[in-house]
Write a protein that binds this ligand. Structure first.
Ligand SMILES: Cc1ncc(COP(=O)(O)O)c(C=O)c1O
Length: 455
């Protein structure tokens, strides 16, 4: 497969033929919104109606072509309709769509491939069809392995919308989760280190991760009954705005987990499978998690997810059936297997590292040039720009976040808002030229907003 399969289609992106959202988008969305309730802010703030995706572009029903800086929502990471992946899904769609949790030839190959690319001995696997179900399975697994029931997770983490997942996640006031009881018993949250907004600092003003670990120890002693099954964390926070911890955090946390005989459950649904330039985001810190969940990019848009444990914990899964109606069906396995093969064949981890560095350099320059950019953050293609009213006070500038999101979208950039933090997750196939086009649209929009607010 020629790795430039998407380039011809992207030659003229963005290409707009109406105002955006255009008249057909408005009419169709208006009709759909009569029935479809509770849409995300990504849609509410820019109600466009897409009908086609190819590689790094999305085309709406009015014929406007957008540059994709969102991959859906961190999902279509190898490009829309990658020919190899579409072909693999359609082969099994015509041959065998579902066979419960029986082995199929494509499942056998996928499992071997996963064991091959995942670090260490992460090779006890269950397959599911959404991230929340994989997280639920991981919580069940942690209980089965340890015989314990308490879990600690981090402020502003997101792990999905089912009960155990919600119990490890940030509560959002006014959201459905705040209509109590909000959290299952035995689930706790602690602050996690955000280098831009540190709770504890060293004398030189930089974040002090030792203080976080000391606080966790105190928390364990004072707030739990010492029946701790796992620490549950996103390796880098997606929903919260592409927030990465300092490099020394996870190695220290792993030691803490060992001291208290807790498992480290690394939820890589969003950050895993190449998004940060490594198979797992946790590889950046050479830390071996005990439990990993995979989703989103794992099947490049086909609903397939996984929960993976270290080999020595596999036996504990005998008490947790791997059976699920759709998990691991042949189409799903084909999508996941083809996605892993594409990452290898097209050397996309290298691409993400190289282009990611160029993006970060440009973002740093933008930060220096713009008074409302407080921070730029990320690794590889998991990126964020934090907007503030004042660089000294760091007061979040949510109004600017909304406006910049809408303005750049209007120029032809499909991307992701998160209040005052703008999130970017371009497809991993993107080259530097197109990445810079996307950043041009963002920088122009930021400059326009600054002008409107008199900066
Ligand atoms: C880190 C993380 N875990 C779990 C989930 C839940 O995945 P899903 O939406 O497929 O249930 C998400 C979704 O955004 C996520 O970002």
């Amino acid at each position: 497969m020629n790795k430039d399969w998407w380039k011809k289609n992207a030659e003229n992106v963005p290409s707009l033929v109406t105002e955006t959202p255009g008249p057909k988008s408005k009419a169709m969305h208006g009709n759909a919104a009569k029935y479809m309730k509770g849409l995300s802010s990504q849609v509410k703030l820019f109600p466009v109606c897409f009908e086609e995706g190819y590689g790094i572009t999305l085309t709406d029903v009015d014929g406007n072509k957008y540059l994709d800086f969102s991959s859906g929502i961190y999902v279509t990471s190898l490009g829309h309709c990658h020919p190899k992946i579409s072909e693999a899904i359609s082969y099994w769609a015509k041959k065998l769509m579902n066979a419960h949790d029986f082995t199929t030839p494509v499942k056998e190959k996928l499992l071997e491939k996963m064991a091959d690319v995942l670090p260490g001995n992460l090779n006890a696997i269950q397959l599911y069809s959404d991230g929340s179900s994989a997280v639920e399975a991981a919580i069940r697994a942690a209980r089965a392995i340890t015989g314990k029931h308490e879990f600690i997770s981090g402020f502003r983490d997101f792990h999905g919308k089912s009960m155990a997942a919600v119990s490890c996640g940030q509560m959002i006031r006014g959201d459905v989760f705040s209509y109590g009881p909000t959290r299952a018993p035995g689930f706790y949250m602690v602050p996690r280190p955000d280098p831009y907004r540190p709770l504890w600092t060293k004398n030189d003003g930089t974040i002090d991760t030792d203080k976080y670990i000391e606080f966790y120890e105190q928390f364990i002693t004072e707030s739990t009954v010492g029946n701790l099954a796992a620490f549950v964390l996103e390796p880098a926070q997606g929903w919260a705005g592409s927030i990465f911890p300092p490099d020394d955090f996870f190695p220290k946390l792993k030691k803490l987990c060992e001291k208290y005989k807790m498992l480290l459950f690394d939820d890589e649904v969003l950050a895993g499978m190449g998004r940060t330039g490594e198979w797992l985001c946790m590889n950046h810190w050479d830390v071996q998690p005990d439990i990993v969940t995979l989703g989103k990019s794992f099947g490049n848009g086909f609903p397939v997810t996984a929960m993976v444990l270290k080999e020595e914990h596999g036996e504990a899964l005998e008490s947790i059936s791997a059976s699920s109606s759709y998990g691991g069906n042949p189409m799903a396995c084909a999508a996941a297997l083809a996605s892993i093969e594409v990452i290898e064949e097209e050397q996309l981890l290298d691409n993400v590292r190289t282009v990611g560095k160029a993006i970060m350099k440009r973002l740093e320059n933008m930060k220096a040039a713009h008074p409302i950019i407080g921070d730029v953050k990320g690794k590889g293609f998991l990126l964020g720009v934090e907007l503030v009213k004042d660089k000294q006070t760091k007061e979040p500038f949510a109004q600017a976040g909304t406006l910049v999101y809408q303005k750049a979208f209007r120029k032809g950039l499909a991307w992701i808002p998160a209040g005052h933090i703008l999130r970017m997750s371009p497809p991993l196939i993107m080259d530097e030229e197109h990445a810079m086009k996307g950043l041009d649209m963002i920088e122009e929009s930021i400059a326009e907003v600054e002008k409107e607010f008199g900066y």
